[in-house]
Write a protein that binds this ligand. Sequence first.
Ligand code: SF4
Ligand code: SF4
Length: 388
Amino acid sequence: MSYRADPRLMSELKKYGAVNVESCFNCGNCTAVCPLSTEEDSFPRRMIRYAQIGMREKLLSSKELWLCYYCGECTATCPRQADPGEFMAAARRYAIAQYDRLGLARRLYTSAGFNALFLIVLTAALGVFLYSFHGPMATDALQLFQFMPSEVIHNLGVIAGILIAGTVLAGMINMIVRVGNEIKFVKGAPLNWLGAFWETIGEVLVKRRYRQDCEIDAIDQPWYYQKWFVHASILWGFLGLFTATALDYLLELLGIKPTGAWVPPWYPVRLLGTLAGILLMYGATVVIVRRLRQADEAAAHSTPSDWVFLALLWLGGMTGFALEVSIYLPQPGAWSYWMLLAHLVVVGELLVLLPFSKFAHAVYRIVALYVYALKPLPEQVAVAGTAE
Ligand code: SF4
Ligand code: SF4
């Protein structure tokens, strides 16, 4: 396959945060120190080279972009301060913007003003829309779903879910087609479809490579403060909250428990939601503090879209906890109803931004890891070669 060089690629990437990479002189030190780079899937130097010579399509079809966890080890040891770790992060933002056909990701990643305006308009639109369905605020007992009917929330969630899934799927297909064109699978070598699936699930859920191979922060750090655990906390928290919400809805459909019915704090679905919320809040808080303190190479650069995502995660968790506390107060006030409205607005914003935020990174990473895991083992390739 032939590629046309795009001389504007480097200046494009700068808009996404790769501001120092021009000083790279291709020594390869970053690839040598990267704990996740292998002989076959080699990065970040190769990706930087693609950018330097304008190989846009090669960059966009590189699954290696998504194998990097931004541990910052390459940045810490680069002799030219070219910040290869941040280059990889910027290239991922650029790739998401290219996969997104709506053009929204590009605006959100490259303009702080657009980010702010989009958020203000979205907050106002969601707030007014939801409030237009509001019922009375009962004062004798807390009746959250009398104030905001659960059918409205469910129906809105389903519509948003379909639109978001469609947007993410379109981006994923765009990525898979590009990556698929690049991968040279050996004819006849068996692909491990199921094994790759389990390997990917294991990697995503327990961060095996991140935990075992990226040791830059494992020294002097307790396990609960290491990056893999902090990232996993956010993911586990999000998945736990999603599961608790889905189970709550299922219980209503089965006639076991209506949405909003009072249950004790140890009721299984409530307990799952509480534990997941604690994990999410823990992860989001640690990441925010690290970024504020610019604690390491990976936390030194934060784009407006990073801050928006983290702030929404944190606010979503906080308003959720405040709501939970209000349920168990003997005398809840009108603030509980406003807290519900605020919580729904923040969750709605997170959902709308999902295809363009760090959640999108997670989705693309899963696809890349799956393709990576599909690769036949060398001995299988050898057998296939002999058979031919
Ligand atoms: S980014 Fe730094 S370490 Fe990597 S090849 Fe360039 S100069 Fe060398
Ligand atoms: S940030 Fe870490 S994982 Fe990513 S390329 Fe650099 S050393 Fe490798």
